[in-house]
Write a protein that binds this ligand. Structure first.
Ligand code: AMP
Length: 281
């Protein structure tokens, strides 16, 4: 099937109306573009759930706060479209800011407590912006399923929360993090890393794994394990924003190890912000 590229709501909905006549299932993969193998894994995973794959490419200004990298965020729409054609996506939706937020647009979707702390501690507009754009994309496209990466784990939990709270009848699928061979989680912002930083960057996951192993072993208390891991990261050159153990799914704070939890980290290396997480079964 040929890939259709649309850049506005009218064209999106007329192609979806045609496709809906086939009665096939629809999957949505929302992205901000600068596509890498992690994104493409979501597209491949989507094929297990649906025949029609819609991929949105939109750098959502509402999830950037003042002083963040909205202007510098990597963009390469031609390369993204080529990759999505190669992957046989059915529809690629590349809305402009005006198409997504026409003049007078005012509503904000706020996910409550799950969208506070962790990434929101340093990015105050982040989860309201994500919740608002994801809700709009879901209602514009009405897919059967939507896919998100576990790399952005708090985002996945936030989407689960809004879909549940707002009775949006769409299945949310989490896809495991795709990594470089050295363990670094793939991310569009990795292109900002200089060659020195790129060599250090895999240590984020390495230290996360080591701390997770210690937490699971039950030896030593959580506070000191996290303090030692945080100090090691600092010595390696990271500026740690958070390193926290949370309950899997709900993201409740934990003072001690409990089964089904997740260790989450965000740290800056130079000017590049990296995030990662690991599930502790
Ligand atoms: P972004 O373009 O960074 O907003 O990401 C779009 C989607 O791709 C989100 O659901 C991300 O969680 C997911 N994603 C980004 N990087 C990865 C990765 N390395 N592995 C799996 N999913 C990813």
């Amino acid at each position: 099937m040929q890939t259709t590229v649309v850049d506005n709501l009218d064209d999106l909905q007329s192609s979806l109306r045609e496709l809906a006549k086939t009665g096939q299932r629809i999957a949505l993969v929302p992205t901000m573009g600068a596509l890498h193998k992690g994104h493409m894994e979501l597209v491949e995973a989507a094929k297990k759930y649906a025949d029609i794959i819609v991929v949105s490419v939109f750098v959502n200004p509402k999830q950037f706060s003042a002083g963040e990298d909205l202007k510098e965020y990597p963009r390469d729409l031609d390369a993204d479209i080529a990759k999505l054609k190669e992957a046989e996506a059915t529809v690629v939706y590349t809305p402009s800011e005006e198409d997504m937020y026409p003049a007078g647009f005012a509503t904000v979707i706020s996910p409550g407590g799950i969208g506070e702390g962790l990434c929101a501690a340093t990015r105050p507009d982040f989860f309201n912006g994500i919740s608002t754009v994801v809700t709009k994309l879901l209602l514009r496209i009405l897919p059967h399923v939507v896919l998100f990466g576990e790399k952005d784990y708090q985002q996945l939990c936030v989407v689960n929360q809004i879909v549940y709270d707002l009775d949006i009848p769409i299945g949310v699928i989490g896809v495991p993090t795709v990594r470089e061979e050295d363990g670094l989680a793939m991310a569009s912002r990795n292109v900002y890393l200089n060659s020195e930083e790129r060599k250090i960057a895999p240590q984020l996951y390495a230290q996360l794994k080591e701390a997770a192993q210690e937490i699971k072993s039950g030896e030593g208390d959580l506070k000191s394990i996290l303090m030692v891991a945080g100090t090691k990261l600092t010595q390696l050159g990271f500026a740690v924003e958070y390193l926290e153990l949370r309950a899997d799914g709900t993201l409740y704070s934990l003072d001690n190890y409990e089964p089904n939890c997740r260790l989450l980290v965000a740290a800056k290396l130079g000017s590049t912000r990296l995030i990662d997480n690991i599930k502790i079964e």
